[in-house]
Ligand binder design. Sequence first.
Ligand code: SF4
Length: 447
Amino acid sequence: MALSGIQIFKLTPKKNCKECGCPTCMAFSMKVAQGAKQLSDCPYMSEDALAQLAEATAPPMKTIKVGAGDNEHSLGGETVLYRHEKTFVNKTLYATNLCSCMDDAEIDARLERLPQVDYERIGERMYTEFLNVNYKEGTDAAKYVEIAKKAAAVRPVILSVKDEAVAKAALDAVKDTKPVLNGADASNYEAFCKLAADAGVVLGVSGKDLDELYDTTAALEKLGNKNLILDVTMDTAKATFEAAVQVRRAALKDGDRTFGYPSIVNVNRLTDDKTMQEALVATFTMKYGSIVIVDEMDYAMALPLYGLRQNLFTDPQKPMKVAPGIYPMNGADENSVCLTTVDFALTYFLVSGELERSGVPCNLVISDAGGLSVLTAWAAGKLSATSVATFFQENVESKIKNRTLIIPGKVAVLKGDIEAKLPGWKVIVAPLEAVQLVKFLKDLKAN
Ligand code: SF4
């Protein structure tokens, strides 16, 4: 159970020395209870107090790391059920499927298609982070190991296998890449616990219903394994949805640490229908899959799913910004015209997309507007004639010879003031909508 600030305060040194950044030990205790401070922020906590408080003040959901090196990913660590309460911490990651039931040509074709979904959107790389390697009972174990090796060479893998001998052979081959061994259940958890511990990898645990999942997880914890992921995939989409939500609620609302682990949802086991799979991936991105496994991910499927994920896992308290600076478009140089807009990421990507579409060489100049949109920044005083003129004098005039500046149509009112503050510059007002920029720039170039 989570401790109150008063309970934590009783175990603090009560020096009120402020070294933790709080004015008093009581204030520190309140922040620890809220999760805003760590016990380790106080250098004077006794070993005894730390031992007493460590378990009780630990986050309700563990953060589990999977993969190695550049391919290492964090899962879980969430503290709230809804994004608007605070923020989500670690985004849902996607996996596509390989199976020992597929022939070599199909495996190779799937691996070849994998890079087709790999693009950047608002500074984030959009790609399939994991490969799920499924072992079908009765198929060739040696072939499964070969598939696992091929997959682990390109992505961190989830070894979905319930056969102990096959699991051991696959782990021996790829354990250095820190895969997830997803195969423990009520019938084999002791053996799989040992396999995962010996290989130093995360263990995935499943159950035929929530009760069995809970009991098996508790039994694994009793064996000392807390490096777990809960596979909440049940027989139907409805039962899986209920399991995913109940597990997360039990961990975060009821403080039940046995369910305080990240989760896996395998929508590939719920339906063969591609459209339904896409709908389920969207559902379990919102509710509450840490890894969602889908059969395959093509570009048409990726665009809405990655957009949804990005919206969901962006901190609502932090504006999405791009760095201020000069962004040359279409091979622009110092002789090309300048356009300016704000550093709000969506504005930048809308405007830059249209500029690229125009094919006209130009320099897009982004100044610091607090991550706000054009009109909001103007209303808040963060986009003004002074801010634009200052930015151009300090950052642009020494680098760009062209003295034509195009300002957003929505702040046409700034034209006169900018011209007054930026002598030598010709200021032109752009159209109101970004989509009109293509014709506007082409006409400008033609004249
Ligand atoms: Fe109290 Fe420790 Fe903070 Fe000092 S650093 S004020 S002793 S909690």
